[in-house]
Design a binder for this molecule. Structure first.
Ligand code: BGC
Length: 373
């Protein structure tokens, strides 16, 4: 850590020298200095480390980023880690050893990726955390993501609105809660956001959970986590809860599902258990299969996170870095070591009412993929 700080200090010193030189002295001096501080894209390797390929979103994120960067002339090394933290670490280490100047990382486990990010920094790379923060290290230069707490708020609010709680409905309503993977830092924000809306109603007794799987406090969100956001694990969990508590005429009103893979697992569990109705089910990512489930009335909503906007934000950072500039960011996010300059994209709620205008008419997906024709 100390070494890294020293490295950063040397970096600042160098860039100060560069700007002083750029301001004047000899012509050749200026040229040399500006060559030193800018990167020629065709000689610049950008590493992209994505967590896995099971989810549609990471495939779209990875391919789109690669295409955008290659179109601008960069060399790109895109790797998927197959859901394996050790593999991701070694893939990132390889990028560092290959001399990548910029490394974009969507971590499987934000705590575990720190060491590999530090190696990148030691080798002179700029590190961009993508979608998920890299925790507890000063080796992360930028963070680009969606407003993750807002995503959870959208899910919680959707349940509150659908059950008309703010209009005074007293229930009590049965809600089953799940959170995302315990090793994914984002999952904490999703639950925190949702709990802002749901927590007060659980406290007042308007909302309740027959399974009793309600965290004692918001920071115990991992107690209801679905490891690796795995659809099958979510399905088994919900099958157990339905068979134990909701198969005797007790109505399950809503399920807080933090993303689309867990939402699909929930839909499968409901169908498998033979319930004659679908409760309110939330999601996130607007994956094709889930958009179809929304159109069919099986899933209530998803949170649309436009991968193109996220990639654009990352590419802007890459270009600024290559031009030797500080990238423009709108905020900072703390990673338990530093405030990381961050660019956050705004997510949007998608449900049956706006699926056509938001996703199809905008050209994001085809009417066929949305299940509309
Ligand atoms: C991402 C979600 C995704 C989930 C599972 C989260 O960190 O932000 O978009 O659904 O991981 O991959």
């Amino acid at each position: 850590m100390k070494m890294l700080k020293k490295f950063a200090a040397i970096g600042i010193g160098v860039s100060m020298l560069v700007s002083v030189a750029a301001c004047g002295t000899t012509r050749s001096g200026t040229q040399e200095q500006s060559e030193a501080k800018t990167l020629d894209p065709s000689k610049t390797l950008v590493g992209i480390s994505m967590p896995e390929q099971q989810l549609e979103r990471w495939n779209k994120d990875g391919q789109n980023l690669k295409q955008l960067l290659e179109a601008q002339g960069y060399q790109v090394n895109l790797q998927y880690a197959d859901g394996k933290t050790d593999l991701q670490t070694s893939q990132i280490q390889n990028m560092a050893n290959q001399g990548a100047k910029i490394v974009i990382i969507a971590s499987l486990d934000g705590q575990a990726t720190g060491a590999a990010a530090e190696l990148c920094k030691e080798n002179g790379a700029t590190v961009i955390a993508y979608d998920r923060m890299i925790m507890n290290t000063d080796a992360v230069d930028y963070y680009t993501s969606f407003d993750n707490e807002k995503i959870g708020e959208m899910q919680g609010k959707y349940i509150v609105d659908s059950l008309k709680l703010e209009q005074g409905a007293t229930g009590p309503f049965n809600v089953e809660l799940m959170s995302g993977s315990p090793d994914d830092n984002n999952a904490k924000y999703y639950f925190e956001g949702a709990w802002k809306y749901l927590g007060p109603y659980f406290k007042s007794g308007v909302l309740q959970s027959q399974s009793g799987k309600v965290p004692e406090s918001v920071d115990r969100w991992q107690s209801i986590g679905i490891q690796s956001w795995d659809r099958q694990k979510a399905q088994s969990e919900m099958e157990n809860r339905i068979n134990s508590y909701y198969n005797t005429g007790v109505r399950l009103d809503a399920v807080l599902s933090p993303n689309d893979s867990i939402a699909l697992g929930t839909v499968n569990a409901i169908e498998g258990a033979g319930l004659s109705y679908y409760p309110i089910i939330t999601g996130q990512d607007a994956e094709n299969a889930n958009v179809q489930a929304i159109v069919q009335g099986k899933q209530s909503m998803s949170v649309f996170k436009d991968y193109k906007k996220l990639a654009d934000a990352a590419v802007e950072i890459v270009n600024a870095v290559a031009q030797g500039q500080q990238a423009k960011t709108s905020t900072t996010q703390n990673n338990d070591t530093k405030d990381v300059p961050s660019q956050l994209v705004v997510p949007e709620v998608v449900d049956k009412a706006n699926v056509k205008t938001l996703l199809v008419d905008s050209g994001y997906i085809s009417a066929h993929d949305a299940g509309l024709e």
